[in-house]
Design a protein around this ligand. Sequence first.
Ligand code: IMP
Length: 200
Amino acid sequence: MMRIIFATGNQNKVRECHEILDSVADEIISMKDAGLDPDIAEDGDTFEKNAMIKAEAVHKLAPDDLVIADDSGLCIDALNGEPGVYSARYMGKDTSYDIKNANILERLEGVPKEKRTARFVCAMAAILPDGSSFTKTGVMEGYIGDHAEGQNGFGYDPIFFVEPQNHSTASLSPDEKNAISHRGKAMRAMAEELKKRLDK
Ligand code: IMP
């Protein structure tokens, strides 16, 4: 068994990852808990490239550990895939999501439901101690509602609606969201691949 370092500062992601990767590793810790604070230039033009950039930055500092990283965002078809890889930086990284979400609803005013299709995408990258690496991507399909709703989740959840509920992912319980989410799917696919590669 080995240690996994998750190249993230987000404790929620580390906790979610525990539930899915417990059978693969003895210990799963964030890069901060591993005492690592690399300079990461997230300048890739795909989720996969950005996830691998984060994983590589940590792998350089901790080559004996299994390093994982993720990158995710919201792609809206009627906005040519925006905000995409710029999801966290859309309208400035310190702008509140109330403002970002209101802006997106305004940009989509008058667009009919069938043209409001969107998806959350999450790429997970892994680098093993032998230097081999791979990425796995998970997608959650949905559409942008005509209003914001729900108190759970974070970020763009209040305006991202899923079928068949026709409610936003901010209206789902954390367990309901994990079962269908881009991040849950990418993490489960990564866990399967790691089990194969580590012969578990
Ligand atoms: P990162 O992957 O932590 O860099 O985050 C990318 C950004 O995408 C987040 O800051 C959110 O704006 C957005 N995002 C990614 N996943 C979700 C989600 O599950 N719900 C809402 N927003 C999300």
